[in-house]
Design a protein around this ligand. Structure first.
Ligand SMILES: [Zn+2]
Length: 163
């Protein structure tokens, strides 16, 4: 996860040559000093060399709750939610971990903050692919179906999909 995030940041950051403003540069040397990364770069257009000091941000993902409160994204909470739904279902620990990883990865793609509903949707999606019963359990608790007919519709579509 750590590595993934770091790469994301570097890729999204556009570095340009201070001489000709070309954005295509080549990294010739890289040194890390705490949160700061110093890179020696060479412009691919004018071939001049310069160095950049890049702040590696481990941007914190905030979760916006329905109450309006914000809290730090918790992988543990995602894992627990998935675990609870998979209780006594033939879903391995490994699979639970894998689903947790996917949810975290997708959530972190939304930089800054996400709301709890979005995380709920991500979890639902993974459970739906893995275990239908676990999915229904999760959805009935977290997705808060608008009314009973929505819930029935969802179950019916699952049953039909199984044929
Ligand atoms: Zn240049």
């Amino acid at each position: 996860m750590f590595i993934f995030h770091k790469i994301q940041h570097v890729v999204s950051k556009s570095m340009y040559c201070p001489y000709c403003h070309n954005t295509e540069t080549k990294v010739t040397d890289k040194r890390d000093a705490g949160k700061l990364t110093r890179r020696r770069r060479e412009c691919l257009k004018c071939e001049k060399r310069f160095s950049t000091h890049e702040l590696v941000e481990f941007s914190e993902l905030k979760v916006l709750k329905k109450s309006g409160k914000r809290e730090l994204f918790s992988k543990e909470k995602v894992r627990n939610g998935i675990k609870k739904s998979c209780e006594k279902r033939p879903v391995t620990e490994e699979k639970i971990e894998k689903m947790t990883e996917i949810v975290e990865k997708k959530a972190r793609l939304k930089k800054g903050h996400v709301n709890t509903t979005y995380i709920g949707e991500l979890i639902s999606k993974e459970l739906k692919k893995t275990d239908k019963i676990a999915y229904i359990r999760f959805a009935s608790v977290y997705r808060e179906f608008a009314d009973l007919s929505d819930f029935k519709k969802e179950i019916r579509s699952l049953i039909n999909g199984r044929r």
